[in-house]
Ligand binder design. Structure first.
Ligand code: 13P
Length: 251
């Protein structure tokens, strides 16, 4: 199940990078062109201020550009927010939703994430829905249950299975240098695959399940050959083109 899917290697720059960071996109493009054909879809999600410039720069390349969040409504009195159609207008094709940092920093509930995902799909963006347990939840033996609830409540119905992307990011592995073991990743990704097949039927087998949490050049190959891992969502190691390129090559 879920094998044979084209991997997606996605970079999440979080709140990092100003105009000078665009050099990394140009450098990544050069590395990818020199490498010839790559066996993965490539996505970078810079801060909102860079989406338009990044999309212009990446136009005609294999690098897609995405946002890190969007509002559930298309427009309105929501100071500081950005809507899905605005991201599309700026050149984005994907949007990360429900990242644990947004769930924590902004109190985003799974219901709110689902509304945003619907808005993204309506606007023509592919949402990447993030799920994952905290260390305390894992220690309490609740990881599977937490992720099951997040999948049930955060994920909308899709018309096109290829638009279904989940990122499993155990909160304790994000930015900590700790990664889940290959066995733990395999167990959770297989659990998520089962949940997706229950929710979407056979289309659930076509959904890509990304792993995120301290993915770096040195561990990417092992993680990416784990069953039901169909790509990676990379934070820190996506900021430098050479590191991110090594992860793409590992796929
Ligand atoms: P790190 O790769 O820096 O651990 O971040 C993972 C992440 O949160 C990607 O969304």
């Amino acid at each position: 199940m879920g094998t044979g899917l084209r991997p997606l290697i996605a970079g999440n720059w979080k709140m990092n990078g100003a105009g000078a960071a665009l050099e990394q996109i140009a450098r990544l493009n050069t590395l990818l062109e020199e490498a010839g054909e790559v066996a993965a879809d490539v996505l970078l999600c810079p801060p909102a201020t860079l989406v338009h410039r990044a999309a212009n720069l990446a136009e005609g390349s294999v690098i897609a550009i995405g946002g890190q969040d969007c509002h559930a409504q298309a427009s309105g009195a929501h100071t500081g927010d950005i809507s899905a159609p605005m991201l599309v207008d700026a050149g984005a094709r994907y949007v990360i939703l429900g990242h644990s940092e947004r769930r924590t920093d902004h109190g985003e509930t799974s219901a709110a994430v689902r509304d945003k995902a619907v808005a993204a799909l309506v606007a023509g963006l592919t949402p990447i829905i993030c799920v994952g347990e905290t260390q305390a939840q894992r220690d309490a033996g609740a990881a599977n249950q937490v992720v099951a609830e997040q999948i049930a409540d955060s994920m909308p119905l899709y018309e096109d299975a290829s638009q279904t992307i989940v990122a499993y990011e155990p909160v304790w592995a994000i930015g900590t240098g700790k990664t889940a073991t290959a066995d733990d990743i395999a167990a959770m990704h297989t659990h998520i695959r089962d949940l997706l097949v229950k929710k979407y039927g056979s289309a659930g087998e076509q959904a890509r399940i990304l792993y995120g949490g301290s993915v770096k050049p040195s561990n990417a190959a092992e993680i990416l050959r784990t069953p039901n891992v169909n790509g990676a969502l990379v934070g820190g190691a996506s900021l430098l083109a050479d590191d991110f390129f090594s992860i793409i090559v590992a796929a």
